[in-house]
Design a protein around this ligand. Structure first.
Ligand code: ADP
Length: 572
């Protein structure tokens, strides 16, 4: 198997099975075998032994070739005692003591199994409201978020990965100002990403510089009003300071809710790409686009649509099977998740694919290709879900869905989602999700103090071909973070190899919007801004995302948090 050194390390540390003494007892190949066999076993009553083996081989091949990978919990837990295979969950938070603490407990069970949880705190009565049974006053959504945060912190120690949460509050909740500023101090609520749920009427009020009403969720009554533009500016300000809050467009998300009779969508999963109903879970998987290419006529690289089609079809069958073999942490989740059978097929390696094809990330050509490639994936995925419906039946809540009215039989309420692929892309050795390259090369410090220069493989190949490659040059590029001011690099290479910070905020959003046009659920994307970006740049990103049909947006300004995950120049 072709795995990078980093990929092997990650797999050994967290993914590969261990024996009773804690020693790793499987190889990466064994892991993919375990996953393939477990996922294929969903069909054991339908298929002959020979057919079942063939299906297992198909699943195994696409994983071991790194063409498709399911989300981390599937790799970690399939065929093992936990058996919990989904990355994304949304839990309800009711406005009662029992409801709140049930949710804390349920989140802990999910975190233990490697899943991430999203919550809307919008149903909680505002701070200072009365508590009937005790005569006291309620402490409000933000104080309860701190309880969830502390529980997550404790579970971190024992689980497969550190728990991740999304906290959402509607923009018309009376505690909205406290929520927007609740992560002002980086040390607070560290186990949460936060997003404000924005409504169309709020955006209109911002445009008109008007006031809007705040509503107590318990009584449905107006408690006051705020100037929409001031609230918008506060969000922009906080996001500029340290990347939070993000925003989600709640009305838009609910316009795409395919089962409105089952309830309203209030929240997404932790990284924002998967809006879900309360108690719904979703399993994701990503196709490695950097491997969906071939040498075409005149020796020119092109998208291999036949291979892509085959991979999409196998991946949809795989993800649909995961729903059946999954062990859900709660009966309510079992019921909802098997009821709607949502899956989220997406992509990774988009930036790498563009490099292979010689297309610059921030170009109309790339935007057009995004429409083409994701449009293709989405059509093929939907078609496969229709075929599965004929083979195995529609999803159980089909009668409560918009598909019934439309007369379209599908097996899955949704089929496409673009995940961040934080670890998956590392395992596959490709660029993450639909993000541009973060750096062309960077310096890595290894435990024993030695320095290694890591170089993007396509850039390395291009340099070698041009006879330019040298360690010093790669170091210089790592220090500068971009090819912009590096001497000796030909112009055509400077134009192709752009990084996140070379790309304008507008182009980041355009790319997100292009993928969103062909994605049932949402798209995970961080609009990475340069350190010198202004408040106006952040405001423009929010507007642009709103105007171009994105379901939400997250920004991050370089250097704005003291403890940054990725650093230009060095990674320690
Ligand atoms: P991976 O590459 O590990 O499969 P992604 O980076 O694509 O994961 O994230 C997909 C989703 O997985 C996230 O939106 C979130 O729901 C969940 N997730 C990611 N990281 C964590 C974590 N540390 N703990 C719990 N859930 C997580």
């Amino acid at each position: 198997m072709r795995l990078t050194e980093n990929a092997r390390k990650v797999l050994e540390k967290r993914y590969l099975a261990r024996d009773e003494d804690g020693r790793v007892c499987e190889t990466p190949e064994d892991m993919f075998r375990r996953v393939a066999a477990t996922v294929a076993s969903a069909d054991k009553d339908r298929l002959s032994e020979k057919e079942l083996k063939k299906l297992e081989e198909e699943f195994y091949d696409m994983m071991v070739n790194l063409e498709f990978l399911p989300n981390s919990p599937t790799l970690m837990n399939a065929g093992r005692p936990l058996g919990q295979l989904s990355a994304c969950f949304v839990l309800p938070v009711e406005d009662t003591m029992e409801g709140i603490f049930d949710s804390v407990k349920n989140a802990a069970l999910i975190h233990k199994s490697g899943g991430g949880t999203g919550f809307s705190f919008s149903r909680l009565r505002p701070k200072g409201s009365s508590v009937k049974s005790t005569g006291g006053v309620a402490s409000g959504p933000v104080s309860f978020m701190k309880v969830f945060n502390a529980a997550t912190e404790a579970v971190k120690q024992g689980g497969t990965r550190r728990g991740a949460n999304m906290g959402i509050l509607r923009v018309d909740h009376p505690d909205i100002l406290e929520f927007i500023t609740c992560k002002q101090n980086n040390a607070d609520i560290t186990n949460f990403n936060i997003s404000v749920a924005i409504t169309e009427s709020f955006m209109k009020a911002v445009e008109q510089n008007a006031d809007y009403d705040l509503i107590d969720p318990r009584t449905g009554k107006k408690t006051g009003s705020l100037n929409a533009r001031e609230v918008f500016d506060l969000m922009v300000n906080m996001a500029w300071k340290n990347g939070e809050p993000g925003i989600i467009f709640l009305d838009r998300i609910n316009r795409d809710n395919v089962t409105p009779q089952l309830g309203e969508i209030e929240s997404t999963n932790p990284c924002g790409e998967q809006p879900l109903l309360p108690y719904e879970a979703c399993n994701l998987g990503s196709i490695n686009l950097s491997l969906m290419v071939k040498r075409g006529r005149d020796n020119i690289m092109e998208v291999d649509y036949d291979k892509l089609r085959e991979t999409v079809r196998k991946a949809v069958r795989f993800l649909d099977n995961v729903i059946d073999v999954n062990k859900y942490p709660l009966p309510e989740i079992d019921e909802m998740t098997r009821g709607t059978r949502k899956i989220g097929l997406g992509v990774m390696g988009w930036a790498d694919m563009l490099l292979i094809l010689g297309i610059r990330y921030d170009s109309e050509e790339a935007e057009k290709l995004a429409d083409e490639v994701m449009g293709f994936i989405s059509r093929e995925a939907r078609r496969m879900s229709q075929e599965l419906a004929e083979e195995k039946g529609v999803f159980p809540y089909y009668d409560k869905s918009v598909y019934k009215e439309a007369g379209i039989k599908v097996r899955n309420a949704t089929t496409t989602t673009i995940a961040p692929t934080g670890t998956l892309s590392l395992i596959a050795g490709t660029s993450s999700g639909i993000e541009p390259l973060f750096a062309i090369s960077y310096i890595k410090y290894v435990m024993d103090g030695t320095e290694l220069v890591e170089v993007n493989p396509y850039f390395k190949a291009a340099c070698e071909e041009a006879g330019l490659y040298s360690d010093e040059l790669m170091r210089e590029i790592a220090q500068k973070g971009s090819l912009h001011d590096v001497e000796g690099i030909p112009q055509h290479m400077k134009e192709l190899f752009v990084t996140a910070h070379d790309i304008s905020p507008e182009w980041h959003v355009r790319m997100q919007a292009a993928f969103q046009r062909h994605t049932d659920n949402a798209v995970s994307k961080t609009v990475n801004l340069r350190k010198d970006a202004t408040l106006q740049d952040v405001a423009d990103v929010f507007w642009h995302a709103y105007k171009t049909g994105c379901k939400g947006v997250t920004i991050y300004r370089d250097g704005s948090r003291e403890e940054q995950v990725l650093n230009i120049g060095s990674v320690k």
